[in-house]
Design a protein around this ligand. Structure first.
Ligand SMILES: O=C[C@H](O)COP(=O)(O)O
Length: 228
C-alpha cells in the first residue's frame, strides 16, 4: 500500500515528503478552503504542491463543475498545470461522462465521493485511474466504512478494466476519508492500493508507545556503555 497525504497545506506536504515515504497528495475544496485558499490562486497552489513532491507523485485537484462539458474543461486546465496532476471528479452521472472524455484524452481521473460497489464499478468502466471509497464518512452515518472499502477492493479485483483505463493502466483504490491509524491497518490488510491520510494520522502511523519506551531504554543503556 502507498501513502498519499490528504491536505492542501504546503508545510505538511513538505514535511511528509521529507520523510521519504510519500507517494502522492490528494486535495479537495474543503481542504483548500481550510488553508485560506483563494479562487484565483487555486491553479498556482496546485503547481506549488506539484513542485514539492517527486515528479512521479500524483497530485489530485478537484473540479467543482456540475456538467460534463464544464468538468472536462476544468479537467483539461487542471491537467495542464503539471504532468502529475490527477483530476478529481465526484461520482455522479455528469462526472462519469466527463471521466470517460478525459480518460480518452489520456488524462487520469480520481473518482471521489465513492460509497458503493456499483459506483466503483461504474467509475472503473468510465475510465477512472483511481477510485476513492470514503471510509470515515460512511462510518459517520452508522454504516461500516471499512466493510464497504473491502467490498470495493474485492469487486474491482474481480475484473479486468485494462480496456477501460488510460493506456490500459491498472486502477488503484484509494482508501479515503481515513480517520485513524487502524483505518490504515485495515485498508492495508484488505489490499487497498493507497491510503490517503491527513497529516495528523500519518504522524500517528509512525508512532507507538513501545517504540518510544524501547528507544528511551536503548539511549539510557548506550550512555552506560559510553561511561563504562
Ligand atoms: O476528499 C477526500 C477526503 O479523504 C475526505 O476526508 P474527510 O471525510 O475526513 O473529509
Amino acid at each position: 500500500m502507498k501513502f498519499f497525504l490528504d491536505t492542501a497545506d504546503l508545510a505538511e506536504i513538505e514535511e511528509a515528503a521529507s520523510w521519504g515515504a510519500l507517494a502522492g497528495v490528494t486535495t479537495n475544496p474543503t481542504l483548500y478552503s481550510r488553508i485560506g485558499g483563494k479562487l484565483d490562486d487555486f491553479h498556482a497552489h496546485i503547481k506549488r504542491i506539484c513542485d514539492i513532491v517527486a515528479p512521479d507523485c500524483p497530485v489530485s485537484a478537484e473540479s467543482v463543475a456540475m456538467t460534463r462539458d464544464e468538468i472536462v474543461r476544468d479537467g483539461r486546465e487542471l491537467a495542464a498545470i503539471a504532468p502529475n496532476v490527477v483530476v478529481k471528479i465526484p461520482t455522479m452521472v455528469e462526472g462519469l461522462a466527463a471521466t470517460r472524455a478525459l480518460a480518452d484524452e489520456g488524462i487520469p481521473v480520481n473518482m471521489t465521493l465513492c460509497f458503493t460497489v456499483p459506483q466503483a464499478i461504474l467509475a472503473a468502466r468510465a475510465g477512472a485511474r483511481y477510485i476513492s471509497p470514503f471510509v470515515g464518512r460512511f462510518d459517520d452515518i452508522s454504516e461500516d466504512g471499512l466493510a464497504q472499502l473491502d467490498d470495493v477492493v474485492r469487486a474491482i479485483g474481480n475484473y479486468d478494466f485494462s480496456e477501460d483505463t488510460v493506456n490500459g493502466e491498472q486502477i488503484e483504490i484509494i482508501a479515503a476519508s481515513i480517520r485513524s491509524a487502524n483505518h490504515v491497518t485495515q485498508a492495508a490488510l484488505m489490499g487497498a492500493d493507497i491510503a490517503t491520510v491527513p497529516f495528523g494520522i500519518l504522524k500517528k502511523c509512525v508512532q507507538h508507545p513501545l517504540t518510544d519506551r524501547g528507544l528511551e531504554s536503548f539511549l539510557k543503556d548506550w550512555e552506560k556503555v559510553q561511561n563504562a
